[in-house]
Design a protein around this ligand. Structure first.
Ligand SMILES: Cc1cc2nc3c(=O)[nH]c(=O)nc-3n(C[C@H](O)[C@H](O)[C@H](O)COP(=O)(O)OP(=O)(O)OC[C@H]3O[C@@H](n4cnc5c(N)ncnc54)[C@H](O)[C@@H]3O)c2cc1C
Length: 454
């Protein structure tokens, strides 16, 4: 038995998977979850249908814990909503398996350091246990652990509307007309949006999904008017890989959206970098441009779907190695940098790419992607399998790649888009892990970033 204690921050899908792997290796996981129950972030988007089918949404070590409980496996080819992911997988995993003894809910981590070592002190640092401070409503608590996996996601730190990364002027004062992420416009939040002019800012899957739902709401409730605000000049970039996408539902989302835009069901404002928000005769004036807005759109509601960023505030005493732009671990960032390529998937990666200058500390799950938008749950499951093997000292298993990623069907290399660039983004692991495909290797040798293999 390896007596190591591993603190896991966040009981989302990847945090629970990490705990399952830690248990399986005979170590002790302690999962600290800020919300009142596991999967608190997923619960916020429970109305959304996933674009990955069940077979990609469950972790293998988690399944081994669930099997003896009489758990019924869902149809691997069907697509759950976020709510079904909780009801059929995450909640049983957190409450009906030995993980129930390890998850501490309503426990928000506020700071992490190493016992007796501030950030500047080096000698003996590696041997010092981690000290994790958290709040559970009863006062400040401290936990000591041999290793820490931060899987606290990014859902609760959404990007603001401002195109410069700061809140737009006037954004904070108009919170009552702004929602972030993916509100349930046809369900729980229907009254807020029915019959209203609703502007949606962003060009990722969340913006696309919300706009499709708003078109359906407009068919049901006259007067509902969706407006799509996008910062870029080319709406087609949001349409995805269509039938080339190996995740069919993800491809269909883009295809459906493209058809609605082509049919004129959605008003489109391109090149719209929001700078100011103000009031206008009882409505919200959304402006883009220099002082006071060169262009503006008037709406009742604004949905900001401009992505998320990691909350690094409680990690300031740790020696992190993060890319300054993407805020992901430096070895991972070039593989997912949206400036370089638009692959929805990257080659599988694990402990080696996720390491920092702080032995025993790892960022994993959605948070490990920093500001990059293309994280998949199955990528996270592979990350934590490898990380936990590393913590247990099984370097061979940590280095092994056990994942086959589905390709997106869209690949941008050096600004040139090519649909269905087979073998480039994702796909089966290659013999040489640093090589995704021959063309990619050529690009790499020429000194430019390849698609998922810089
Ligand atoms: C709308 C939407 C749809 C998506 N659809 C798919 C899909 O179809 N397929 C797919 O593969 N991926 C999808 N993703 C991406 C990703 O797989 C999910 O976001 C997934 O939930 C990420 O899992 P996670 O465990 O890394 O983080 P999260 O699920 O975000 O979990 C993090 C947990 O940490 C907790 N936490 C946060 N801060 C603290 C703190 N300080 N202390 C303690 N706990 C804390 C949170 O409460 C939360 O429970 C989707 C994402 C979104 C937003």
């Amino acid at each position: 038995m390896n007596e190591k204690t591993v603190a896991i921050i966040g009981a989302g899908p990847v945090g629970l998977a990490a705990a399952a792997h830690v248990l399986e290796r005979g170590m002790s996981p302690i999962v600290l979850e800020a919300g009142p129950e596991a999967a608190s972030a997923v619960r916020q988007w429970q109305h959304v249908q996933l674009f990955s089918p069940w077979e990609y949404n469950v972790d293998k070590a988690a399944l081994r814990l669930l099997a003896p409980t009489g758990w019924n496996s869902p149809d691997p080819q069907s697509y759950p909503t976020g709510g079904e992911l909780i009801d059929r997988y995450l909640a049983p995993l957190a409450t009906r398996t030995p993980l129930r003894e390890t998850v501490r809910t309503s426990s928000r981590v506020t700071a992490i350091s190493r016992a007796g070592f501030d950030k500047a002190k080096t000698k003996g640092r590696e041997q010092a246990p981690f000290e994790i401070r958290y709040q559970n409503g009863k006062g400040p608590e401290v936990l000591r652990a041999d290793a820490v996996i931060d899987v606290s996601g990014t859902w609760f730190s959404p990007n603001p509307a401002g195109s410069n990364g700061l809140p737009a002027i006037g954004e904070r004062g108009r919170a009552d007309r702004i929602a972030y992420g993916m509100p349930d416009v046809r369900g729980a939040d229907r009254d807020r949006y029915a019959g209203k002019i609703v502007a949606v800012l962003g060009a990722g899957h969340s913006a696309v999904g919300t706009l499709i739902d708003l078109v359906q709401l407009a068919d049901e409730v006259p007067g509902t008017q969706p407006i799509w605000l996008l910062r870029g000049a080319d709406p087609a970039k949001a349409f995805g890989g269509g039938s080339n996408d190996k995740l069919a539902a993800r491809g269909e989302l883009g295809t459906t959206f493209a058809a609605l835009v082509a049919a004129g069901k959605i008003r489109v404002e391109t090149g719209f970098g929001v700078t100011h928000l103000s009031d206008s005769e009882g409505r919200l004036k959304i402006s883009a441009g220099a002082c006071c807005g060169a262009r503006s759109v008037v709406a009742d509601e604004l949905v900001v779907s401009t992505g998320f960023r990691p909350d690094l505030s409680f990690l300031s005493e740790l020696r992190l190695r993060l890319d300054p732009a993407i805020e992901a671990p430096v070895a991972l960032a070039p593989l997912i940098d949206p400036n370089e390529h638009s692959c929805g998937t990257v080659r599988p990666h694990g402990a080696r790419e996720l390491a920092h200058d702080e032995p025993g500390f790892y960022l994993a799950g959605m948070k490990s992607y920093g500001r990059a938008p293309t994280f998949l749950m199955m990528t996270g499951y592979e990350q934590v399998r490898s990380i936990v093997a590393d913590i247990a000292g099984d370097k061979e298993a940590a280095a092994r790649v056990e994942l086959v990623l589905p390709e997106t069907g869209v690949c941008t290399r050096g600004g040139v888009e090519s649909a269905g660039a087979a073998g480039c983004c994702g796909g089966p692991a290659k013999d040489e892990p640093s090589t995704c495909c021959a063309a990619d290797e050529t690009a790499r040798k020429a000194g430019s970033a390849g698609c998922g293999c810089s």
